[in-house]
Design a protein around this ligand. Structure first.
Ligand code: ADP
Ligand code: MG
Length: 394
């Protein structure tokens, strides 16, 4: 670890602009269904408060379109954070502006302020300089604990670091240390499992991942896009049609690099995610029109499970099915159990993967649970992430 952390500097009496990743999964009522990401940031927050810092917290939540979205306000997060910390959390309803500046200026050592969802501001994702300077104007120091966003160069996790001394939080340190172990000198065979639904975000990463892994197992919505690229009919399944060429290229590249890239040989299909009684296993080339592929099937669980149980290192991002519905969680849960029993050094990352690990009840048997999804994947590629690059070297 060559990055400076909160332990390397004097925090006493300092106002600290702290980027955290509180992008937690929520249900349709907006209630938090898994608070792992909030709990993961507590050690850094507690440490800074104990050192006498005044802590300003900033995070995004969900995908607002650069403007306020009532369903994505940070109030539920503030309430949960306050409950977990046993400490008052003051929340402001704006990202920047006079109310925020006044609240930050009035903040005393040992006090906490949470800003509104930073992605309500159009300048956040464009890494706008004026916005980055406005964040910097609130504090004397920048701490980043948001590993989950480290692969993005946004104003609150990268831009602000141009204008303030920037150091890592404790979660960021733990992530960098654990992930480095799996990237440099991994125990082989190195097996990567990639699933989930953010296909366009993740597909590009697979090119580079192919250069380091021995085996790549695909599931979830990601696999659907690959199956369609092979010419199979996928009915009403989640498929990203504009990624079909990208998927075909990755399959060619895997063959050229002699990487064992596997797609599901069978799938669990239903009329819709609600159609639990209609769920049935079919061969991957036999998805009927009108059906949705919502999980990997029993044959695939077996073949993937055999490879996972013999692996030296397993990197896993994205669930293999719609794990939120029990009927479509079996692929992810069975594979997680096999991984938990295996001797492999195991790293599982991603917001939804964390929730799936909780559901399977195997969190103690996984070597490292990463709070990153896309960030973890890009780290595995060997890239320097902008949210890490901005932090000062020791
Ligand atoms: P992570 O948060 O672990 O990085 P993603 O956000 O990419 O993972 O994907 C998680 C989502 O993918 C879950 O909501 C899950 O229901 C969905 N998903 C997985 N497989 C499928 C599928 N076959 N069809 C539709 N959605 C799926
Ligand atoms: Mg997710």
């Amino acid at each position: 670890m060559t990055k400076k952390s909160v332990k390397d500097i004097d925090l006493t009496g300092k106002r600290v602009f702290t980027r955290v990743d509180f992008n937690v999964p929520r249900n349709e009522q907006g209630e938090i269904t898994d608070d792992t990401k909030i709990r993961a940031a507590l050690p850094t927050i507690r440490y800074m408060l104990a050192q006498g810092a005044a802590v300003i917290l900033a995070s995004h939540l969900g995908r607002p379109k650069g403007k306020p979205d009532e369903s994505l306000r940070m109030d539920a997060v503030a309430a949960r954070l306050s409950q977990l910390l046993g400490h008052h959390v003051q929340k402001v309803d704006e990202v920047v502006g006079e109310a925020v500046s006044l609240a930050a200026a009035a903040l005393q050592p040992g006090e906490l302020l949470l800003l509104e969802n930073v992605r309500f501001h159009p300048g956040e994702k464009s890494n706008d300089e004026t916005l980055a300077k406005a964040y910097a104007g609130l504090a004397e120091l920048f701490v980043s604990d948001a590993f989950g966003t480290a692969h993005r160069a946004h104003a609150s996790n990268t831009g602000v670091g141009q204008y303030l001394p920037a150091v890592a939080g404790l979660l960021m340190v733990a992530e960098i240390e654990n992930l480095s172990k799996s990237v440099h000198h991994p125990l082989r065979p190195l097996v990567a499992i990639v699933g989930g639904s953010k296909i366009a975000d993740k597909i590009g990463v697979l090119h580079n991942l192919l250069r380091s892994v021995d085996t790549l197992l695909l599931g979830g919505g990601m696999a659907n896009t690959f199956l369609k690229a092979k010419g199979y009919q996928l009915g009403k399944s989640l498929v990203e049609d504009d990624q079909l060429t990208a998927a075909a290229e990755i399959m060619q590249e895997a063959a050229a690099l002699q990487v064992n890239l596997l797609l599901p040989s069978d799938l669990i299909v239903a009329d819709s995610p609600q159609d639990v009684p209609g769920a049935q296993a079919v061969a991957a080339d036999s998805v009927q029109a009108g059906k949705m592929a919502l999980d990997i099937g029993p044959q695939t669980r077996k073949s993937y499970g055999d490879l996972v149980s013999k692996a030296g290192t397993v990197l896993w991002n994205g669930p293999l099915g719609m794990y939120e519905v029990d009927a479509f969680a079996q692929g992810s849960i069975e594979l997680l159990n096999i991984l938990a029993q295996s001797e492999a050094f195991s790293i599982v990352g991603g917001g939804d993967m964390i929730a799936a690990v909780e559901k399977a009840g195997v969190d103690k048997q996984i070597s490292h649970i990463s709070t990153g999804g896309g960030a973890t994947l890009e780290f595995w590629e060997g890239k320097e992430l902008p949210g890490i690059a901005v932090l000062q070297e020791i």
